[in-house]
Design a protein. Structure first.
Lengths: 333, 333
DNA sequence: AGTATATTTGCACACGTGTGCATGATTTTC
DNA sequence: GAAAATCATGCACACGTGTGCAAATATACT
């Protein structure tokens, strides 16, 4: 391992001042072309690598964008992070990953670490167990811009990007009713989180508008895994007034419902209709291929990043963007 | 936004030296308990946050671990990153994400950025288009430890963690032959990458050991998406000597095969047997539920992280770990 | 030629923290 | 009660880069 050379080393070797080297390497117009060429050539042939930590200290800000998600291994978040990572790289930022595992304490730890790292900006989706959001308020007060997506807090004045959740659920229920389903259950999440609250409101509104009084809210307590969907429909199925259709708030939940139906020989869509607000390419591969209300993750990620970048660059934008969803009709309803 | 206070501010306010503050906050035994209490209390009530950039500069090393993967949105990598992120947080490291999109140029850019950031360590899986690995050699020579996983380079002397790929493929083919299949195709990746080469060798060895001379290697050119699997089997199916079974090197490829079979009413497992070396929970949800040779991602991630941590901590460990795979028998063969 | 202007480079300090060494304060020991 | 040992704190410098301002040099203009 050879010694790491610095701009001061280059300056000494070339008999000039390190400020000149710094300016030359950043292509400052004040440095003459001959000097630049000399410096750049020397730097390259001697393996000079900029020390980003020093730059970050000098700038009182790091070159990172922190992303806080509940669970990276879930397709929606994985896909989101994937898009964000590309955008960040294109804009000379690094993405730092934080995963809450739906755990409030982890979320607080993440925010603390993020502040210590003087990150340029934060993109976040709340954990299911997050009841108060003071830690995010601290973050904003500390001067770090935050953009929320998907699971956004209602009580914080910050930019937010979500799907058009109310309408998405409303549409799903309307379609189910049109197809003749009468007893529609809703597999959702904790209602203190706006995305689930909005959807549940859309669900209830659609029932109300159609004079249906069967309402069944299932709030999944911990995570959004396949097993949770399996257990939720199992409970629903074994009561007297079982549903004939179910609206699921994630692909994993609906996959769990699908699994239960196959286990129990429940015919889909005859005995039970399944529709999900999701965006998983594998929904097409289930048996039967699953009807979904698709949220365009790419668009959500793009809008989120754009707003964050604006705020990182000093513009004080506080928009709330709502992205249209799109029905993908398959064979599960 | 209030001013960010530093240890010097605390020192001034309390009439002591900033070195004492630094030591107190790091719980240095040389500082008396009374002084510590006074400092910690003051720091907390005045919202002091450590500046990690300064620490990183001082330590000539950042608190980040960089992870380079081809595509975060693929389940295998998403799951891997998810485990690594948890482990990193537990050990006070941050995970920085880099995504090559199977692109050699992006991989080089990532390595450059990583060196600039004086990252503590790197975890990497090669892109499909990576033919030479000089950039990783630079990284090692620069003093940054690297652990490779899954798609590992043969020509670099560094710690590596992979599944037992040769045996996994050998076992898959043996099982297919036992079940009576005669013409087994292999949907793999570029053979200059050891994981695919190893599997293809296992595949060929099993055929050889059973005196079968039907060999069909399909090398997918660009990515490992569902569509690529679809097109691969489409080609294979429309030649005179079509296979009666197929071994797929990823879940996405096998999902593409599954999709084609359903499109074309090819009966699985009667007309075509499908087995995949994969680890996707959704493989159980396909129709028919898919037989896989499962790679334990958690174990691979754990081993990878452990080896990296050892190397970050100065131990010079260069082991090559091979993780056993496990057959999950379902209905696609 | 002398002054005004433009171009190029240097100086000095700042960003915030950590640590080896020295110094000062307190307690122990004989 | 003085020397030794222990404990607590301070001093000064280092980590590598960027930038406002000053200074030096080169060019243009009358």
């Amino acid at each position: 391992m050879r010694k790491k050379i610095t701009i001061k080393d280059i300056a000494n070797d070339l008999g000039i001042h390190h400020a000149t080297v710094s300016r030359a390497l950043r292509d400052d117009p004040r440095i003459s072309q001959v000097t630049k060429d000399k410096i750049v050539t020397y730097a390259k042939s001697n393996g000079y690598k900029l020390n980003q930590s020093a730059v970050n200290l000098r700038n009182t800000q790091s070159n990172e964008i922190a992303v806080i998600v509940p669970n990276i291994s879930h397709y929606t978040f994985a896909n989101f992070v994937s898009v964000i990572t590309d955008l960040a790289a294109k804009n000379n930022f690094i993405v730092s990953m934080f995963q809450t595992r739906e755990n409030y304490e982890y979320e607080i730890d993440a925010v603390k670490t993020i502040m210590q790292n003087r990150v340029a900006g934060v993109i976040a989706s709340l954990s299911l167990t997050t009841m108060d959001t003071d830690h995010f308020k601290d973050l904003l007060e500390f001067g770090i811009p935050v953009v929320f997506f998907d699971r956004v807090p209602t009580e914080i004045n910050a930019p937010k990007v979500t799907a058009d959740n109310h309408n998405a659920a409303y549409e799903c229920v309307s379609i189910l009713l049109n197809k003749g389903y009468k007893k529609i259950a809703h597999l959702t999440g904790p209602l203190h989180i706006s995305v689930f609250n909005d959807r549940n409101n859309g669900y209830q509104k659609a029932l109300l508008d159609n004079n249906i009084d069967f309402i069944s809210n299932i709030v999944i307590p911990k995570e959004f895994e396949i097993q949770d969907g399996f257990e939720a429909i199992q409970k629903l199925w074994n009561v007297k007034d079982r549903p004939d259709a179910v609206l699921c708030d994630s692909f994993t939940l609906s996959a769990g419902v699908n699994k239960y139906c196959r286990n129990q020989n429940i015919k889909v869509p005859e005995d039970l209709g399944i529709i999900a607000i999701a965006n998983d390419p594998f929904s097409a591969l289930l048996e039967p291929p699953q009807t979904i209300m698709s949220q365009p993750i790419d668009e959500i990620a793009n809008e989120t990043f754009k707003m964050l970048l604006d705020n990182v660059n000093g513009k004080n934008i506080n928009d709330i963007k709502t992205i249209k969803t799109e029905l993908v009709l398959r064979e599960s309803i």
